[in-house]
Design a protein around this ligand. Structure first.
Ligand SMILES: *Cc1c(COP(=O)(O)O)cnc(C)c1O
Length: 375
């Protein structure tokens, strides 16, 4: 029996060990651990990679979203629109900012925010409430596939809303040739170890072209300080540290290669599952998908998951419970709220192992089991 873990960070580390050790040693030798040269350089390189002017390194992806909301002026009593099929932190960030999340359902094909439903939702809400408390939209580039940003940006313009992209699963993904995270007012990334670009601990960054936003974020992450010991605004402590920045500078150079390997492996899955009953993920014409996750859909999902696991293959569900049904957040959503695509997807989605180091023979075995399960 083969044994295929869902992710494998050890193989990648073995290949990079020397570079990583040197980078970390450099930080220890420098004696500087917070907001030094490495963070500055990483902010420059990562924002340039995204095609943005500014990068602000913070403590996590959740904090990137939270601080971006605060910097955009979101406060207590405001409302922020996002999707229900996301990682919980998208919504924690909204509530950290004191705002209330509102949920718009997703597209059938990409599982990302449906611009038509967003438009209907905005029209209905504005009619209902008159002047609106809705202040921002957070589209999520789920699984590494960008949301359909052009119509979302148009609606944001019409309704005067900020757009903060949750690009925590989309390092290097593209929308019509532009990098995910570079399209809205701000783009937020996580460097959680299993992301396409991951550190060896927590970390995150916000990218933006807006200098005012950038300046505000630099204060917010560092006690609200403008200069040392001078705090004109209330702030937080949320900083990317020098060790993580040094590691990420090494790994950033491999990101495109790793994403390309993910794409090749996703294609192999697609080809081998072509005749099966499961639905493979689809890449929209506008998108360059970077397959943070390879998510199939099938009716008999639980049976298939058990069968894979009894054959040594780990598969997961992203995400089994939509946010509007989570204990912590369900009271925020009206009972009559209907999010049928999300609810249908969460019963049929299954994430298969996918990482740059995954062996093709493992993919062949996984697909053989899936195809067998069909008959
Ligand atoms: C990982 C992730 C986050 C949170 O990132 P952390 O660094 O773990 O705080 C937010 N949103 C999405 C969609 C994510 O996948």
């Amino acid at each position: 029996m083969i044994n295929v873990p869902f992710v494998d960070l050890k193989t990648q580390f073995r290949a990079l060990k020397k570079e990583i050790h040197e980078a970390m040693e450099g930080v220890f030798d420098s004696g500087c651990f917070i907001l030094g040269e490495k963070v500055k350089r990483f902010e420059e390189e990562f924002s340039a990679y995204c095609g943005c002017k500014y990068g602000i390194g913070v403590g996590s992806g959740t904090e990137a979203l939270h601080l971006a909301l605060v910097a955009c002026g979101i406060e207590y009593g405001d409302e922020v629109i996002t999707v229900p099929n996301t990682a919980v932190p998208t919504v924690s960030a909204i509530t950290f900012a004191g705002a209330t999340p509102l949920f718009v359902d997703v597209e059938q094909q990409t599982s990302t925010m449906d611009p038509n439903k967003l438009e209907d939702f905005l029209k209905r809400e504005i009619k209902l409430k008159g002047s609106s408390t809705i202040k921002a939209i957070i589209p999520v580039h789920l699984y590494g596939h960008p949301a359909d940003m052009d119509p979302i940006m148009e609606l944001a313009e019409v309704y005067n809303l900020k757009v903060i992209e949750d690009a925590c699963q989309a390092h290097g993904a593209e929308y019509k040739g532009r990098k995910a995270g570079s399209i809205g007012d701000a783009g937020c990334f996580s460097f959680y170890p299993t992301k396409n670009l991951g550190g060896y601990g927590d970390g995150g960054i916000i990218v933006t072209d807006d200098i005012n936003l950038s300046e505000k974020l630099k204060q917010l992450r560092n006690y609200g300080q403008k200069n040392r010991y001078i705090s004109p605004i209330k702030g937080f402590n949320s900083r990317l540290d020098e060790i993580q920045a040094a590691i990420l500078l090494v790994k950033l150079r491999y990101l495109d290669r790793w994403n390309e390997q993910r794409r090749e492996k996703a294609n192999l899955y697609n080809n081998l599952l072509n005749d099966s009953k499961v639905e493979s993920p689809v890449e929209s014409d506008y998108a360059r998908h970077i397959y943070h996750l390879y998510v199939i859909r099938c009716e008999e999902r639980d049976i298939l998951k058990r069968r894979l696991e009894s054959n040594g293959i780990k598969a997961l569900i992203h995400y089994p419970i939509p946010i509007h049904m989570q204990g912590a957040y369900k009271h925020l959503t009206p009972k009559e709220c209907s999010l049928p695509v999300t609810e249908q997807h969460c019963n049929s989605i299954l994430s298969l192992p996918l990482y740059p180091e995954l062996e093709n023979c493992s993919i062949e075995e996984i697909c053989r089991l899936i195809n067998e399960c069909d008959t």
